[in-house]
Every structure is written in structure tokens, then in C-alpha cells.
Design a protein around this ligand. Structure first.
Ligand code: CP
Ligand code: NVA
Length: 308
């Protein structure tokens, strides 16, 4: 049994195997309707709990569908509906759920909630986003990059804007998949230095820049995310917008990156804020492939967790 808690906590060879399996499983389903079963049913007889303490469209639907395609069943639970949201300890919740279900995927707030759940769970736990990281998203992003451009190793990824949870998982992936990573944004919103150092210790080049046009030169991939994440206080909204405005991804910035650069965004996006519609709907953008690949990447993650 494996937990999938973060990209930097998972062996690089396992991550690579998951990407290859995701690609193979996607190819094997080509032309089938979404609800059709996969030929292989590795999750037959397994029940997966999907717990959401924050909103979600992609994570909710792609995990639910992925389990069903592989023959399993799901229960989707909101944090507020569980006793967890009303004072029951995380450890006791983990012990109880372990008697009912075969796997737990959780989207939550503080990282210690995820870690404590995993520590006390007898079944695999998957991180479906915390305030600090979002590993499932970046597995889909690596898969998407490679579908369009081949191996990501040695390429240059530029993160533009807030050094948030999605950025953190990209930094983890840089170290594990061997690509260079440039963060460009205001110093107030830099990614955690611990994660920057971790990637550098794994031998990849990590740059911290303040000038967006200079940063995107030679980029193979430009990525951004919302300026206000779900865990950010709305009272910081105006300040964040003021800080991040110079880092909007627009056509003029993508022109500096060059004709072959891809654009990604985990979604949901705020059109005309962190990114313009011209970029989201333009020739560099692979945002809906990313969204689709959440399904395939997570199916491979779940198989790895179960060892099936
Ligand atoms: N990208 C992503 O995780 O989207 P949701 O918040 O809709 O799940
Ligand atoms: N950084 C965003 C990602 C949403 C998928 C958030 O945490 O709200």
C-alpha cells in the first residue's frame, strides 16, 4: 500500500512509471464514451472515499469517473457533512474510514490534516490539494507537456505569478523529472525556499526572477494560476491583484516566450486577470488537455497506491 502525498515524497522511477501507465491507459480508451468501462478492471470491488473540504470541479469529477472506469465505486463526502468538520479528531476519522473504504482521496486546508490522516489510515491516502501542494495536478501537467513536446527533462518551465500550492508541486516535479524551473513574480509571493533548495539539491536549475519578459525567454512552457487561492483571505485580494498585475500572461508575454512555448493553467481561471482569453483560447494553450489528463494521471496514481 502506498500513499500519494506529494511528488517529492514519491520515487522518481514510480512517478515516471505512473506517467507511462497513464499514457497507455488513455490510448487504450481512445474512441470510447466517458462512462464505458476500461478493459482492465483493477479497482473491481474497491470503494474509494472522495472528501472535499473545499470546492472542486475537476478533482471531484475526474476521480469519481476514474474509479468507475476501473471498476470501483466511490462515495463523495463534503467536510461539513462529516463529524471531522464538527470536532472529531483526524486520527479517529482515519481509523474509522479505514474500516469502511479501500482508499481515501482528500482535498483539505492545512497540510497537517492530510499527513495525520495518512499516518492513522490503514488504506492509501491521496492528496487532492492542500494549502501547500497539489501533486495530482502536476502529474497531469507533466503528462500533457510530454504528449505535445516529448520528454520534459532538460526543458524550461516558467511559473508566472503567485508562488502557491500548484507552484510548489511544479518545483517538486522539476527535481523529480529533471526540468529547469523559473519562478517570476513579486518577492512577497515567492515559493517556499525549502522547495526551491530541494529542487536545486536534485540538480536542476531554479531561477527566481522579477521581470516577466526576461523570465519567459527560451521557455518551453509558461504556467500561471489564480491570484487568490481558496485558502487566501479575501481581505488580501486587492493587495494581491496589485502585486500580481505585472505578471499577467497575455499575448505580448507569450510572444516573448516564442512560437513553440506551451501555456498551462490548472483551472479554474479568472479570465483577463492572471491570463487573457486570447492566451487561454490561443495557439499555445493546452489547458483542456491538462484538465482531461487529470483523469488518466489519477487513474495511474490510484493503481500505484493499490499496487494493481
Ligand atoms: N485544477 C483543479 O484542481 O480544479 P478543481 O478545483 O476544479 O478540482
Ligand atoms: N491555487 C488554487 C488551485 C485550485 C485548483 C487554489 O488553491 O485555490
Amino acid at each position: 500500500m502506498n500513499h500519494f502525498l506529494d511528488i517529492h515524497k514519491t520515487e522518481a522511477a514510480d512517478l515516471r512509471a505512473m506517467i507511462e501507465q497513464a499514457r497507455a491507459m488513455k490510448e487504450a480508451r481512445a474512441g470510447r464514451s466517458r462512462g464505458a468501462a476500461d478493459d482492465e478492471q483493477p479497482l473491481a470491488g474497491r470503494m474509494v472515499a472522495l472528501i472535499f473540504e473545499k470546492p472542486s470541479t475537476r478533482t471531484r469529477v475526474s476521480f469519481d469517473l476514474g474509479v468507475r472506469q476501473m471498476g470501483g465505486e466511490t462515495m463523495v463526502l463534503s467536510g461539513a457533512d462529516l463529524q471531522l468538520g464538527h470536532g472529531e479528531s483526524i486520527a479517529d476519522t482515519a481509523r474509522v474510514l479505514s474500516r469502511y473504504v479501500d482508499m481515501i482521496m482528500i482535498r483539505t486546508f492545512e497540510e497537517p490534516i492530510l499527513l495525520e490522516l495518512a499516518e492513522h489510515s490503514d488504506v492509501p491516502v491521496i492528496n487532492g490539494l492542500t494549502n501547500r501542494t497539489h501533486p495530482c495536478q502536476i502529474m497531469a501537467d507533466v503528462m500533457t507537456f510530454e504528449e505535445h513536446r516529448g520528454p520534459i527533462a532538460g526543458r524550461k518551465v516558467v511559473w508566472c505569478g503567485d508562488g502557491n500550492n500548484v507552484c510548489a508541486s511544479f518545483l517538486h516535479a522539476a527535481g523529480q523529472f529533471g526540468f529547469d524551473f523559473t519562478f517570476v513574480g513579486p518577492s512577497e509571493l515567492d515559493p517556499e525556499s525549502e522547495f526551491v533548495e530541494l529542487a536545486r539539491a536534485r540538480g536542476v536549475n531554479v531561477e527566481i526572477e522579477r521581470d516577466a519578459e526576461r523570465a519567459v525567454e527560451g521557455a518551453d512552457l509558461v504556467v500561471t494560476d489564480t491570484w487568490v487561492s481558496m485558502h487566501d483571505s479575501q481581505s488580501t485580494r486587492q493587495r494581491r491583484h496589485n502585486l500580481l498585475k505585472p505578471y499577467q500572461v497575455n499575448e505580448s508575454l507569450m510572444a516573448k516566450a516564442g512560437p513553440d512555448a506551451l501555456f498551462m493553467h490548472c483551472l479554474p481561471a479568472h479570465r483577463e486577470e492572471e491570463v487573457t482569453s486570447a492566451v487561454m483560447d490561443g495557439p499555445h494553450s493546452v489547458i483542456f488537455d491538462e484538465a482531461e489528463n487529470r483523469l488518466h494521471a489519477q487513474k495511474a496514481i490510484m493503481r500505484w497506491c493499490f499496487g494493481v
